[in-house]
Design a protein around this ligand. Structure first.
Ligand SMILES: [Zn+2]
Length: 611
């Protein structure tokens, strides 16, 4: 039976017939040596395999490509006959006794770590899905993992895997365990000299493991993690684990993102952050922690148990990523990390504006985009924004609408929290099975007393412009509308010949490299689209002047303004072209409370934003 639930107590004193040994003597070369020991009762064919994807990140990653130097022997070191059955599965003719499988894993994902591994001479971060083979048919057994590193040099091990005994001597390998293979896959490990701290909340332990380089104060973050854990626990009536680990990676130039697990999460961000960026990190942590409930436990029928050998399609990522994307900034406000003005600014700049600026919002329903996540969101190309919109962005706004609808229809008595509490109660009754769209609707309707079926069905099957923002925000005395262009910030007196730069809207995304300014994206129906500019065009001259950077481009365009066209000389694969581009004022939308809002509207707003 499928289960990702585990407590540390359950592993104490266990033994395992499937044991992994991870050796780090080649960490400086980013290579981990893995030795698997499998107790075999009867001789015969045994199939071993490595997942082609990691749950939570919907892309075929073929992790097997980084494994090599396989050796399969019996317990006496005698080589056994084996062969590949497919790209990620092999069959071995095993003898009774112990089967020993040894291989090398190149563990070095460079720019992000959340869904792969990163091992250096200084630390090791491992997603075990990348290097621990499953034994087909024996996934439900207890698995042990021994970590053979120098524990005096790498002092800390942070993971939700559970120790199999209370104490380990400093010179002995650390042995951790999982009740089944799904839990192995769901338990990343950070080993090194990272910052560690922990606190207890209602009998559960929450650990923080921060590996970082840069201008950052881990105690400040630890303090806020306490607040967000308490706030989220309050919504669901407690914490559903004995122990949880926040693994946080903050390194210069790192691509941001997170990946959720049942008793841990991995959170990554570029470390040279200013205040704004660190608040974005809080929102990321709120998001990943909410996944403890919404996706790891409350989940679509198709997401657990998993088929690790192929795509696992679901039309319901709107629930698990949409709701979580709505809640991340919303709860960051409810935690007190954002002021109301901050929250409105973020809703406008990070949620509403990007959605309405993306022509792809009207191309397909969120259910289709969820189903095709494997080849859409996870395989983006230069034209993606015109054909597709992220189910995070779209789904977050569907849940904003749903929350506003429930609050308004219940006259400020019920909210989305009530619906999620009902879904949580349902999980606790039958943790082995996920839910359907129908069950979601029924649970929310019976918990809130508000009819959501007609609206939600329309929003899930319709296009981006089907979302009734004006009407729903209006019921809260809010409006989201275009602002009159604000005056650019000017300091000092005007200097003849120097423009006050205002960035104009072209619909172009540009990249400057090695002295070349190249178009990477063109938004449909934008001024650049009208001017017949395409991705990969190199911009050579703007109004007769050589142009090699995006700032230069903006300045040259601003000089000419929006009244007349700027002349651009472009170079593409077979020659030069001249086009005429007339930019527009940059649209600037804002979410604001109307002065003339009624008392009823004001009361609904206060209920929605109550902390
Ligand atoms: Zn998420």
């Amino acid at each position: 039976m499928y289960s990702i639930e585990q407590t540390d107590k359950q592993l104490l004193g266990t033994s395992a017939a499937i044991r992994y040994h991870l050796h780090f003597e080649n960490a400086h070369r980013h290579v981990v040596r893995v030795v698997m020991e499998i107790d075999v009762a009867h001789e015969g064919s045994l199939v071993l395999g490595l997942p082609v994807w990691i749950p939570g990140s919907y892309k075929i990653r073929d992790y097997i490509s980084t494994l090599g130097s396989f050796s399969l022997t019996n317990q006496d070191g005698k080589p056994l006959p084996w062969q590949w059955l497919s790209k990620n599965r092999l069959a071995v003719q095993a003898e009774s006794g112990m089967l020993r499988v040894e291989y090398m894993y190149y563990a070095y994902e460079k720019d992000s770590t959340i869904r792969s591994s990163h091992v250096t001479r200084n630390h090791a971060f491992l997603n075990l899905v990348t290097c621990c083979l499953y034994v087909e048919g024996r996934e439900q057994e207890v698995h042990h993992l021994s970590f053979h590193h120098d524990r005096l040099r790498w002092k800390n091990v942070s993971t939700s895997l559970s120790p199999v005994k209370e104490e380990f001597a400093p010179n002995e390998a650390l042995v951790l365990g999982a009740l089944n293979y799904d839990i192995v896959v769901d338990s990343p490990v950070e080993i090194g000299n990272h910052f560690v701290a922990s606190f207890e909340h209602q009998g559960s332990v929450v650990e923080t493991a921060i590996a970082y380089r840069g201008n950052f104060n881990p105690e400040w973050l630890q303090d806020r993690i306490k607040t967000l854990v308490e706030r989220e626990a309050q919504i669901f009536g407690g914490l559903p684990f004995d122990r949880y680990v926040f693994i946080i990676h903050l390194f210069p130039g790192m691509r941001g993102g997170g990946l959720e697990h049942a008793r841990s999460s991995v959170n990554a961000m570029d470390s040279w952050g200013d205040t704004t960026k660190l608040h974005r990190l809080l929102s990321l942590l709120v998001h990943e922690f909410l996944h403890v409930w919404n996706i790891k436990r409350i989940r679509p029928l198709e997401l657990g148990p998993f088929d690790y050998n192929r795509e696992n399609y679901t039309r319901m990522l709107w629930l698990v990523e949409g709701a979580t994307s709505y809640y991340d900034d919303h709860l960051t406000h409810r935690c007190g990390f954002y002021t109301r003005a901050d929250y409105f600014k973020i809703l406008s700049k990070d949620h509403l504006s990007p959605f309405f600026r993306q022509p792809g919002r009207n191309e397909a329903s969120i259910k289709d985009n969820s189903f095709q996540a494997w080849v859409k969101l996870y395989l983006p190309h230069d034209d993606s924004a015109n054909r597709n919109v992220s189910y995070y962005l779209h789904g977050g706004l569907i849940f904003l609408c749903l929350e506003l609808w429930i609050i308004a229809e219940s006259k400020g008595v019920k909210r989305l929290d009530d619906g999620f509490r009902a879904l949580w109660a349902m999980y606790k009754k039958r943790p082995e099975r996920g839910i359907t769209e129908e069950e979601f609707i029924e649970a929310v309707e019976s918990a809130t007393g508000v009819a959501i079926r007609e609206n939600l069905t329309k929003w899930l099957n319709g296009k981006g412009d089907d979302l009734p923002f004006d009407e729903l925000l209006g019921r809260f005395g809010l409006e989201w509308k275009e602002q009159t262009p604000t005056e650019p910030t000017k300091i000092g007196e005007e200097i003849p010949g120097m423009p006050v730069l205002v960035k104009l809207f072209t619909g172009l995304t540009l990249k400057a490299e090695s002295g070349r300014l190249v178009v990477t994206q063109v938004e449909d129906f934008s001024p650049a689209y009208e001017a017949s500019i395409g991705a990969d065009d190199e911009i050579i001259f703007v109004n007769g002047q050589r142009c090699t950077s995006a700032e230069e481009f903006d300045t040259l365009l601003a000089k000419k303004g929006t009244e007349s066209a700027s002349e651009l000389v472009l170079s593409s694969d077979l020659g030069m072209t001249t086009v005429h581009l007339t930019p527009k004022q940059m649209p600037d939308f804002a979410l604001t409370a109307k002065d003339e809002a009624s008392d009823e509207q004001k009361a609904l707003l206060e209920f929605w934003l109550a902390r």
